[in-house]
Design a binder for this molecule. Structure first.
Ligand SMILES: NC(=O)c1ccc[n+]([C@@H]2O[C@H](COP(=O)([O-])OP(=O)(O)OC[C@H]3O[C@@H](n4cnc5c(N)ncnc54)[C@H](O)[C@@H]3O)[C@@H](O)[C@H]2O)c1
Length: 387
Protein backbone atom coordinates (compact mmCIF):
# COMPACT_ATOMS: atom_id res chain seq x y z
CA UNK A 1 0.00 0.00 0.00
CA UNK A 2 1.37 3.43 -0.80
CA UNK A 3 0.14 6.47 1.01
CA UNK A 4 1.25 9.38 -1.12
CA UNK A 5 0.23 12.25 1.13
CA UNK A 6 1.29 12.00 4.73
CA UNK A 7 -1.63 12.13 7.12
CA UNK A 8 0.33 12.84 10.30
CA UNK A 9 -0.03 16.61 9.88
CA UNK A 10 -2.80 18.28 11.82
CA UNK A 11 -4.04 20.43 8.92
CA UNK A 12 -5.68 18.90 5.85
CA UNK A 13 -3.42 18.65 2.86
CA UNK A 14 -4.90 20.75 0.04
CA UNK A 15 -3.94 18.05 -2.43
CA UNK A 16 -5.93 14.83 -2.58
CA UNK A 17 -4.58 11.83 -0.72
CA UNK A 18 -4.10 8.68 -2.75
CA UNK A 19 -4.13 5.27 -1.11
CA UNK A 20 -3.36 2.33 -3.37
CA UNK A 21 -5.15 -0.88 -2.43
CA UNK A 22 -3.12 -4.05 -2.61
CA UNK A 23 -0.05 -2.73 -4.34
CA UNK A 24 2.23 -5.69 -4.98
CA UNK A 25 0.05 -7.97 -2.85
CA UNK A 26 -0.96 -11.55 -3.62
CA UNK A 27 -4.40 -10.88 -4.97
CA UNK A 28 -5.89 -14.37 -5.32
CA UNK A 29 -6.99 -13.66 -8.87
CA UNK A 30 -8.47 -10.29 -8.00
CA UNK A 31 -7.27 -7.17 -9.81
CA UNK A 32 -5.87 -5.20 -6.93
CA UNK A 33 -3.61 -2.20 -7.26
CA UNK A 34 -6.29 0.48 -7.62
CA UNK A 35 -6.29 3.96 -6.19
CA UNK A 36 -8.63 5.44 -3.62
CA UNK A 37 -8.49 9.22 -4.03
CA UNK A 38 -9.65 11.26 -1.04
CA UNK A 39 -10.14 15.03 -1.00
CA UNK A 40 -12.46 17.84 -2.01
CA UNK A 41 -13.76 18.78 -5.47
CA UNK A 42 -12.46 15.62 -7.11
CA UNK A 43 -14.74 15.30 -10.16
CA UNK A 44 -11.96 16.20 -12.57
CA UNK A 45 -10.15 13.04 -11.44
CA UNK A 46 -12.93 10.74 -12.60
CA UNK A 47 -11.84 10.24 -16.25
CA UNK A 48 -8.40 9.15 -15.03
CA UNK A 49 -10.04 6.32 -13.09
CA UNK A 50 -12.56 5.38 -15.79
CA UNK A 51 -9.66 5.03 -18.22
CA UNK A 52 -9.13 5.66 -21.93
CA UNK A 53 -10.38 2.28 -23.16
CA UNK A 54 -14.02 2.97 -22.25
CA UNK A 55 -16.28 4.66 -24.79
CA UNK A 56 -19.53 4.35 -22.86
CA UNK A 57 -20.08 4.93 -19.15
CA UNK A 58 -23.23 4.17 -17.18
CA UNK A 59 -23.63 6.34 -14.08
CA UNK A 60 -25.77 4.50 -11.52
CA UNK A 61 -27.21 6.60 -8.70
CA UNK A 62 -30.23 6.59 -6.39
CA UNK A 63 -33.13 8.99 -6.74
CA UNK A 64 -31.90 10.94 -3.71
CA UNK A 65 -28.66 11.82 -5.53
CA UNK A 66 -30.10 12.79 -8.91
CA UNK A 67 -28.39 16.21 -8.97
CA UNK A 68 -24.96 14.72 -8.20
CA UNK A 69 -25.52 11.96 -10.76
CA UNK A 70 -26.34 14.55 -13.43
CA UNK A 71 -23.21 16.55 -12.69
CA UNK A 72 -21.10 13.39 -12.94
CA UNK A 73 -22.73 12.46 -16.26
CA UNK A 74 -22.17 15.93 -17.71
CA UNK A 75 -18.54 15.87 -16.63
CA UNK A 76 -17.98 12.50 -18.30
CA UNK A 77 -19.59 13.81 -21.50
CA UNK A 78 -17.24 16.78 -21.44
CA UNK A 79 -14.35 14.35 -21.09
CA UNK A 80 -15.48 12.66 -24.33
CA UNK A 81 -17.38 9.61 -23.06
CA UNK A 82 -20.88 8.63 -24.12
CA UNK A 83 -22.44 8.87 -20.67
CA UNK A 84 -25.85 7.60 -19.57
CA UNK A 85 -27.56 7.46 -16.21
CA UNK A 86 -29.55 4.72 -14.54
CA UNK A 87 -31.55 5.98 -11.59
CA UNK A 88 -32.25 3.24 -9.08
CA UNK A 89 -34.37 3.05 -5.92
CA UNK A 90 -32.89 4.43 -2.72
CA UNK A 91 -30.97 2.47 -0.07
CA UNK A 92 -31.71 -1.28 0.31
CA UNK A 93 -34.51 -1.14 -2.30
CA UNK A 94 -31.76 -0.66 -4.86
CA UNK A 95 -30.10 -3.97 -3.93
CA UNK A 96 -32.72 -6.02 -5.72
CA UNK A 97 -32.43 -8.46 -8.61
CA UNK A 98 -35.01 -6.46 -10.57
CA UNK A 99 -32.85 -3.36 -10.23
CA UNK A 100 -29.85 -5.32 -11.51
CA UNK A 101 -31.99 -6.58 -14.40
CA UNK A 102 -33.01 -3.00 -15.23
CA UNK A 103 -29.33 -1.96 -15.33
CA UNK A 104 -28.41 -4.98 -17.51
CA UNK A 105 -31.20 -3.90 -19.87
CA UNK A 106 -29.78 -0.37 -20.12
CA UNK A 107 -26.30 -1.79 -20.76
CA UNK A 108 -27.60 -4.17 -23.41
CA UNK A 109 -29.74 -1.60 -25.20
CA UNK A 110 -26.77 0.74 -25.39
CA UNK A 111 -24.26 -1.85 -26.63
CA UNK A 112 -21.93 -1.76 -23.64
CA UNK A 113 -18.87 -3.89 -24.36
CA UNK A 114 -16.21 -5.35 -22.10
CA UNK A 115 -14.09 -2.21 -22.35
CA UNK A 116 -16.90 0.10 -21.21
CA UNK A 117 -17.48 1.12 -17.61
CA UNK A 118 -19.89 1.84 -14.77
CA UNK A 119 -19.62 4.67 -12.26
CA UNK A 120 -21.50 4.15 -8.96
CA UNK A 121 -22.57 7.35 -7.19
CA UNK A 122 -24.10 6.82 -3.76
CA UNK A 123 -23.86 5.08 -0.40
CA UNK A 124 -22.93 1.47 0.23
CA UNK A 125 -26.23 0.22 -1.17
CA UNK A 126 -25.44 1.75 -4.56
CA UNK A 127 -21.80 0.68 -4.68
CA UNK A 128 -22.88 -2.87 -3.74
CA UNK A 129 -25.61 -3.00 -6.41
CA UNK A 130 -23.65 -1.22 -9.16
CA UNK A 131 -20.60 -3.33 -8.33
CA UNK A 132 -22.74 -6.43 -8.76
CA UNK A 133 -24.01 -5.22 -12.14
CA UNK A 134 -20.43 -4.49 -13.23
CA UNK A 135 -19.24 -7.88 -11.97
CA UNK A 136 -21.89 -9.74 -13.94
CA UNK A 137 -22.15 -7.77 -17.19
CA UNK A 138 -20.14 -9.69 -19.82
CA UNK A 139 -18.53 -11.47 -16.83
CA UNK A 140 -17.05 -8.28 -15.52
CA UNK A 141 -16.50 -4.69 -16.66
CA UNK A 142 -14.76 -1.78 -14.97
CA UNK A 143 -16.50 0.01 -12.13
CA UNK A 144 -15.45 3.22 -10.43
CA UNK A 145 -17.03 3.95 -7.07
CA UNK A 146 -17.90 7.46 -5.95
CA UNK A 147 -19.09 6.84 -2.37
CA UNK A 148 -21.26 9.62 -0.92
CA UNK A 149 -21.66 8.31 2.65
CA UNK A 150 -19.01 7.94 5.30
CA UNK A 151 -19.71 4.20 5.47
CA UNK A 152 -19.38 3.97 1.71
CA UNK A 153 -16.01 5.72 1.79
CA UNK A 154 -14.39 3.78 4.61
CA UNK A 155 -15.98 0.42 4.00
CA UNK A 156 -18.36 -0.50 1.17
CA UNK A 157 -16.51 1.09 -1.76
CA UNK A 158 -13.15 -0.42 -0.85
CA UNK A 159 -12.44 -4.12 -1.01
CA UNK A 160 -14.45 -5.39 -3.97
CA UNK A 161 -17.41 -7.03 -2.25
CA UNK A 162 -20.58 -6.59 -4.27
CA UNK A 163 -24.04 -7.84 -3.48
CA UNK A 164 -27.77 -7.74 -3.66
CA UNK A 165 -30.43 -8.96 -1.24
CA UNK A 166 -32.95 -11.76 -1.72
CA UNK A 167 -36.19 -12.41 0.16
CA UNK A 168 -34.18 -14.86 2.31
CA UNK A 169 -31.72 -12.25 3.51
CA UNK A 170 -29.24 -9.44 2.94
CA UNK A 171 -26.19 -9.73 0.69
CA UNK A 172 -26.88 -13.39 -0.08
CA UNK A 173 -26.01 -13.00 -3.77
CA UNK A 174 -22.87 -11.29 -4.96
CA UNK A 175 -19.27 -11.66 -5.94
CA UNK A 176 -15.87 -10.17 -5.39
CA UNK A 177 -15.20 -7.60 -8.09
CA UNK A 178 -12.56 -5.01 -7.36
CA UNK A 179 -13.22 -1.45 -8.57
CA UNK A 180 -10.94 0.25 -11.07
CA UNK A 181 -10.72 3.14 -8.62
CA UNK A 182 -12.54 4.94 -5.84
CA UNK A 183 -13.16 8.68 -5.66
CA UNK A 184 -14.05 9.78 -2.12
CA UNK A 185 -15.05 13.41 -2.49
CA UNK A 186 -15.53 14.80 1.02
CA UNK A 187 -17.79 17.55 -0.35
CA UNK A 188 -20.51 14.94 -0.79
CA UNK A 189 -20.67 14.48 2.99
CA UNK A 190 -22.00 18.02 3.43
CA UNK A 191 -25.54 16.89 2.64
CA UNK A 192 -25.37 13.60 4.51
CA UNK A 193 -27.77 13.46 7.50
CA UNK A 194 -25.89 13.50 10.79
CA UNK A 195 -27.16 10.09 11.93
CA UNK A 196 -25.78 8.51 8.73
CA UNK A 197 -22.43 10.18 9.38
CA UNK A 198 -22.29 8.99 12.99
CA UNK A 199 -23.29 5.47 11.97
CA UNK A 200 -20.39 5.44 9.51
CA UNK A 201 -18.02 6.46 12.31
CA UNK A 202 -18.65 3.11 14.02
CA UNK A 203 -16.64 1.43 11.24
CA UNK A 204 -13.93 4.06 11.72
CA UNK A 205 -13.80 3.27 15.45
CA UNK A 206 -13.54 -0.42 14.54
CA UNK A 207 -10.44 0.35 12.46
CA UNK A 208 -9.08 2.20 15.50
CA UNK A 209 -9.42 -0.82 17.77
CA UNK A 210 -8.24 -3.47 15.33
CA UNK A 211 -5.30 -1.54 13.91
CA UNK A 212 -4.76 2.22 14.24
CA UNK A 213 -4.92 3.68 17.74
CA UNK A 214 -4.42 7.23 16.44
CA UNK A 215 -8.04 7.06 15.21
CA UNK A 216 -9.19 6.67 18.80
CA UNK A 217 -6.92 9.49 19.98
CA UNK A 218 -8.39 11.88 17.39
CA UNK A 219 -11.97 11.07 18.38
CA UNK A 220 -11.26 11.34 22.08
CA UNK A 221 -9.54 14.71 21.62
CA UNK A 222 -12.35 16.25 19.55
CA UNK A 223 -15.52 14.14 19.27
CA UNK A 224 -17.52 17.04 17.78
CA UNK A 225 -14.93 17.69 15.08
CA UNK A 226 -14.92 13.99 14.25
CA UNK A 227 -18.55 14.51 13.16
CA UNK A 228 -17.93 17.74 11.26
CA UNK A 229 -17.55 17.19 7.50
CA UNK A 230 -15.48 20.40 7.23
CA UNK A 231 -12.89 19.40 9.81
CA UNK A 232 -9.37 18.12 9.24
CA UNK A 233 -10.18 15.46 11.81
CA UNK A 234 -12.83 13.78 9.68
CA UNK A 235 -10.53 13.75 6.69
CA UNK A 236 -7.75 12.17 8.68
CA UNK A 237 -10.14 9.63 10.22
CA UNK A 238 -11.42 8.66 6.77
CA UNK A 239 -7.90 8.35 5.37
CA UNK A 240 -6.74 6.26 8.29
CA UNK A 241 -9.77 3.95 8.18
CA UNK A 242 -9.34 3.46 4.42
CA UNK A 243 -5.65 2.71 4.98
CA UNK A 244 -6.56 0.02 7.50
CA UNK A 245 -9.06 -1.58 5.13
CA UNK A 246 -6.73 -1.25 2.13
CA UNK A 247 -3.95 -3.02 3.98
CA UNK A 248 -6.14 -5.90 5.13
CA UNK A 249 -7.80 -6.31 1.73
CA UNK A 250 -4.40 -6.20 0.05
CA UNK A 251 -3.35 -9.19 2.12
CA UNK A 252 -6.58 -11.14 1.73
CA UNK A 253 -8.78 -10.08 -1.19
CA UNK A 254 -11.19 -13.01 -0.89
CA UNK A 255 -11.80 -13.00 2.86
CA UNK A 256 -10.13 -16.29 3.60
CA UNK A 257 -7.92 -15.18 6.47
CA UNK A 258 -6.86 -11.83 7.96
CA UNK A 259 -9.81 -10.05 6.36
CA UNK A 260 -11.97 -11.60 9.06
CA UNK A 261 -10.53 -8.97 11.41
CA UNK A 262 -12.69 -6.38 9.61
CA UNK A 263 -15.61 -8.33 11.01
CA UNK A 264 -14.85 -7.07 14.51
CA UNK A 265 -18.15 -6.29 16.25
CA UNK A 266 -20.13 -7.72 13.35
CA UNK A 267 -21.16 -11.09 14.83
CA UNK A 268 -23.55 -9.65 17.40
CA UNK A 269 -24.02 -6.58 15.17
CA UNK A 270 -25.47 -8.62 12.31
CA UNK A 271 -27.66 -10.52 14.79
CA UNK A 272 -29.06 -7.19 16.07
CA UNK A 273 -29.68 -5.98 12.51
CA UNK A 274 -31.58 -9.20 11.82
CA UNK A 275 -33.55 -8.97 15.08
CA UNK A 276 -34.44 -5.37 14.22
CA UNK A 277 -35.41 -6.33 10.65
CA UNK A 278 -32.76 -3.91 9.40
CA UNK A 279 -34.45 -0.89 10.98
CA UNK A 280 -31.25 -0.19 12.95
CA UNK A 281 -28.38 1.39 11.03
CA UNK A 282 -25.48 -0.96 10.48
CA UNK A 283 -23.08 1.29 12.41
CA UNK A 284 -25.38 1.42 15.43
CA UNK A 285 -25.61 -2.37 15.51
CA UNK A 286 -21.88 -2.94 15.21
CA UNK A 287 -21.28 -0.36 17.92
CA UNK A 288 -23.15 -2.64 20.35
CA UNK A 289 -21.37 -5.59 18.72
CA UNK A 290 -17.96 -4.10 19.52
CA UNK A 291 -18.96 -3.53 23.14
CA UNK A 292 -20.07 -7.14 23.32
CA UNK A 293 -16.83 -8.38 21.73
CA UNK A 294 -14.79 -6.29 24.18
CA UNK A 295 -16.71 -7.64 27.18
CA UNK A 296 -16.43 -11.19 25.85
CA UNK A 297 -12.68 -10.82 25.43
CA UNK A 298 -12.45 -9.34 28.93
CA UNK A 299 -14.45 -12.27 30.39
CA UNK A 300 -12.18 -14.74 28.63
CA UNK A 301 -9.17 -13.00 30.15
CA UNK A 302 -7.88 -11.96 26.72
CA UNK A 303 -8.37 -8.20 26.93
CA UNK A 304 -7.11 -5.69 29.47
CA UNK A 305 -9.61 -3.51 31.34
CA UNK A 306 -8.30 -0.23 29.89
CA UNK A 307 -8.89 -1.28 26.27
CA UNK A 308 -12.28 -2.81 27.09
CA UNK A 309 -13.35 0.36 28.95
CA UNK A 310 -12.11 2.50 26.07
CA UNK A 311 -14.75 0.91 23.83
CA UNK A 312 -17.49 2.32 26.06
CA UNK A 313 -15.82 5.71 26.28
CA UNK A 314 -15.17 6.27 22.56
CA UNK A 315 -18.54 5.00 21.34
CA UNK A 316 -20.38 7.03 24.00
CA UNK A 317 -18.50 10.17 22.93
CA UNK A 318 -19.97 9.76 19.46
CA UNK A 319 -23.47 9.04 20.76
CA UNK A 320 -23.40 5.51 19.38
CA UNK A 321 -25.45 2.86 21.24
CA UNK A 322 -23.63 0.60 23.69
CA UNK A 323 -26.53 -1.44 25.11
CA UNK A 324 -29.32 -3.58 23.70
CA UNK A 325 -32.62 -4.85 25.00
CA UNK A 326 -32.60 -7.70 27.48
CA UNK A 327 -35.56 -9.64 26.07
CA UNK A 328 -34.00 -10.68 22.75
CA UNK A 329 -31.21 -13.09 23.67
CA UNK A 330 -32.63 -16.24 22.05
CA UNK A 331 -33.20 -14.35 18.80
CA UNK A 332 -29.71 -12.90 18.93
CA UNK A 333 -28.15 -16.31 19.57
CA UNK A 334 -29.96 -17.63 16.50
CA UNK A 335 -28.42 -14.79 14.49
CA UNK A 336 -24.97 -15.46 15.97
CA UNK A 337 -25.25 -19.13 14.94
CA UNK A 338 -25.82 -18.02 11.32
CA UNK A 339 -22.59 -15.99 11.21
CA UNK A 340 -20.37 -16.72 8.22
CA UNK A 341 -17.28 -17.16 10.43
CA UNK A 342 -18.72 -20.24 12.16
CA UNK A 343 -17.45 -23.67 11.12
CA UNK A 344 -20.13 -26.35 11.56
CA UNK A 345 -21.47 -25.92 15.10
CA UNK A 346 -18.34 -24.08 16.23
CA UNK A 347 -19.09 -20.44 17.06
CA UNK A 348 -16.29 -18.01 16.19
CA UNK A 349 -15.81 -14.35 17.13
CA UNK A 350 -13.20 -11.77 16.22
CA UNK A 351 -11.79 -10.68 19.56
CA UNK A 352 -8.94 -8.43 20.62
CA UNK A 353 -5.96 -9.72 22.51
CA UNK A 354 -5.02 -6.07 23.14
CA UNK A 355 -5.17 -2.76 21.29
CA UNK A 356 -4.65 -3.48 17.57
CA UNK A 357 -4.50 -7.26 18.04
CA UNK A 358 -7.56 -8.93 16.49
CA UNK A 359 -7.85 -12.70 16.14
CA UNK A 360 -10.64 -15.10 15.32
CA UNK A 361 -11.42 -17.11 18.44
CA UNK A 362 -13.50 -20.27 18.83
CA UNK A 363 -16.07 -20.00 21.61
CA UNK A 364 -16.23 -23.34 23.41
CA UNK A 365 -19.56 -22.81 25.11
CA UNK A 366 -22.52 -20.54 24.27
CA UNK A 367 -23.19 -20.03 27.99
CA UNK A 368 -20.29 -17.54 28.16
CA UNK A 369 -22.03 -15.52 25.45
CA UNK A 370 -25.19 -15.34 27.53
CA UNK A 371 -23.24 -14.34 30.63
CA UNK A 372 -21.46 -11.60 28.67
CA UNK A 373 -24.74 -10.41 27.22
CA UNK A 374 -25.92 -9.56 30.74
CA UNK A 375 -23.18 -6.90 30.78
CA UNK A 376 -24.77 -4.98 27.91
CA UNK A 377 -28.46 -5.86 28.22
CA UNK A 378 -30.95 -3.24 29.37
CA UNK A 379 -34.70 -3.34 29.92
CA UNK A 380 -36.52 -2.14 26.83
CA UNK A 381 -37.83 1.36 27.53
CA UNK A 382 -38.70 2.42 24.01
CA UNK A 383 -35.98 5.05 24.16
CA UNK A 384 -33.05 2.90 23.12
CA UNK A 385 -30.71 4.77 20.79
CA UNK A 386 -30.75 3.24 17.33
CA UNK A 387 -29.61 6.37 15.43
N1 LIG B 1 -19.40 -4.18 0.07
C1 LIG B 1 -19.00 -4.01 1.30
O1 LIG B 1 -17.88 -4.34 1.67
C2 LIG B 1 -19.92 -3.34 2.27
C3 LIG B 1 -19.44 -2.94 3.52
C4 LIG B 1 -20.30 -2.29 4.39
C5 LIG B 1 -21.62 -2.07 4.02
N2 LIG B 1 -22.05 -2.49 2.80
C6 LIG B 1 -23.44 -2.24 2.38
O2 LIG B 1 -23.63 -0.83 2.39
C7 LIG B 1 -25.02 -0.56 2.60
C8 LIG B 1 -25.14 0.56 3.61
O3 LIG B 1 -24.46 1.69 3.10
P1 LIG B 1 -24.78 3.17 3.60
O4 LIG B 1 -24.74 3.19 5.08
O5 LIG B 1 -23.91 4.04 2.83
O6 LIG B 1 -26.33 3.33 3.27
P2 LIG B 1 -27.14 3.72 1.93
O7 LIG B 1 -26.36 3.49 0.72
O8 LIG B 1 -28.44 3.04 2.07
O9 LIG B 1 -27.32 5.30 2.13
C9 LIG B 1 -28.00 5.77 3.27
C10 LIG B 1 -28.95 6.89 2.88
O10 LIG B 1 -28.21 8.08 2.66
C11 LIG B 1 -28.58 8.66 1.40
N3 LIG B 1 -27.40 9.36 0.92
C12 LIG B 1 -26.29 8.81 0.41
N4 LIG B 1 -25.37 9.76 0.19
C13 LIG B 1 -25.93 10.92 0.56
C14 LIG B 1 -25.46 12.26 0.58
N5 LIG B 1 -24.21 12.56 0.22
N6 LIG B 1 -26.30 13.22 1.01
C15 LIG B 1 -27.54 12.91 1.43
N7 LIG B 1 -28.04 11.67 1.44
C16 LIG B 1 -27.23 10.68 1.02
C17 LIG B 1 -28.99 7.48 0.58
O11 LIG B 1 -29.79 7.86 -0.49
C18 LIG B 1 -29.72 6.62 1.62
O12 LIG B 1 -31.03 7.06 1.81
C19 LIG B 1 -25.64 -1.85 3.05
O13 LIG B 1 -26.42 -2.36 2.00
C20 LIG B 1 -24.46 -2.76 3.34
O14 LIG B 1 -24.76 -4.12 3.10
C21 LIG B 1 -21.24 -3.11 1.92
Amino acid sequence: MSHQAETEASAPAPEPTIITVGEGAGSGGQELGYDVIIGNGLLSRLPGLVGPQAERVLVIHPRALRATGDVVREDLEKAGYQALVAEIPDAEEGKHIQVAAFCWQVLGQNDFTRSDAIVAVGGGAVTDAAGFVAATWLRGIRVVHMPTTLLGMVDAAVGGKTGINTSEGKNLVGSFHQPAGVLADLDTLLTLPRNELVAGLAEVVKCGFIADERILDIIEAAPEQAQNPHSWQIRELIERAISVKAKVVGEDALESGVRESLNYGHTLGHAIELAERYQWRHGAAISVGMIFAAELARSLGRLDDATADRHHAVLNLLGLPTTYRDDRWSQLLEGIRRDKKNRGDQLRFVLLGGQGQPATVEIPDASILFATYQEIAQPETGSMISL
